[in-house]
Design a protein around this ligand. Structure first.
Ligand SMILES: NC(=O)c1ccc[n+]([C@@H]2O[C@H](COP(=O)([O-])OP(=O)(O)OC[C@H]3O[C@@H](n4cnc5c(N)ncnc54)[C@H](O)[C@@H]3O)[C@@H](O)[C@H]2O)c1
Length: 254
């Protein structure tokens, strides 16, 4: 039997919802009927998005939080449960990128920061939602890895590559642990996607040169990645877990 893309009554938490792919995924899930918690360290961006989506008639709520800290993550989860009584979908999109400084030049603080946001944040959010998700016997977790996690990063440093590779292992291991609860866990591995993260790391010239090296000859869009996320959290993807999905215009074919 085929299913419609209908997330009515589903409750989703999206981290990094204030920008880029997290924002695009939040919009698409809300358009498809989900109740979406828009979470980000940047309050202003999610409050603006909340207003935009509520004005369009969608059911969303902005809750600020820094994914590095258990207290803040638990607060997002507790507030979500107090409003909606359940959590069905978690999109771990919050992330940061630091430039490709040589390994001998990266200081420990910067290493920890990248690992804490990208990897520990994914762990803390998953850990916090899982007890609630398990009660529903249905759940979807999407982790943002990257082409960097499958190969190496052209834009970020070794800390970025390491964090994104670790997310792939985290995804597989968690998928095995929670499959019995009807929860699937998958990773997306975007190539260069036109978002604030890239615009603030590369100049126009560099972006153009990169685009030429991609078989599809351009950067990806955040909407294209949101469509993949939307599919993976739908009932249509019920037999997919522990997998990682390349979405990179053919940049990496392995
Ligand atoms: N843009 C790309 O080319 C690309 C490619 C592959 C993977 N990714 C990954 O995709 C995800 C989304 O990237 P994007 O390009 O949309 O980036 P973006 O910079 O546009 O958005 C990231 C969001 O995460 C938020 N954030 C940062 N630190 C946080 C923290 N500690 N707690 C909560 N929120 C925090 C930021 O405020 C921002 O709103 C990231 O994990 C990124 O590493 C991006």
């Amino acid at each position: 039997m085929f299913n419609e893309n209908n997330f009515d009554n589903k409750v989703a938490i999206v981290t990094g919802a204030g920008s880029g792919m997290g924002m695009a995924a939040s919009k698409l899930l809300a358009m498809n009927g989900a109740n979406v918690i828009l979470s980000d360290i940047n309050k202003e961006s999610i409050v603006l998005l909340e207003k935009e989506l509520i004005d369009l008639g969608f059911n969303v709520k902005a809750i600020q939080g820094d994914v590095r800290y258990p207290k803040e993550v638990n607060n997002i989860v507790e507030q979500t449960v107090s409003i909606y009584k359940k959590i069905n979908i978690l999109i771990n999109s919050a992330g940061i990128l630091k430039p490709p400084t040589k390994v001998t030049e990266i200081d420990e603080t910067e290493w920890d920061l990248v690992m804490d946001v990208n990897l520990k944040g994914t762990f803390l959010c998953s850990k916090s939602v899982l007890p609630i998700m398990q009660l529903e016997k249905w759940g979807r977790i999407i982790n943002f890895s990257s082409t960097a996690g499958r190969s190496f990063s052209m834009v970020g440093g070794i800390h970025y590559t390491s964090s994104k590779a670790a997310i792939l292992g985290f995804t597989r291991h968690l998928a095995k642990e929670v499959a019995e609860y009807g929860i699937t866990v998958n990773a997306v591995c975007p190539g260069l996607v036109d978002t604030e993260m890239i615009r603030s790391s590369m100049d126009e010239e560099k972006i153009k040169n990169y685009a030429k090296s991609v078989p599809i000859q351009r950067l990806g869009t955040k909407e294209e990645v949101a469509e993949l996320v939307n599919f993976l959290v739908s009932d249509k993807a019920s037999y997919i877990t522990g997998a990682s999905f390349d979405i990179n215009g053919g940049y990496l074919m392995i």
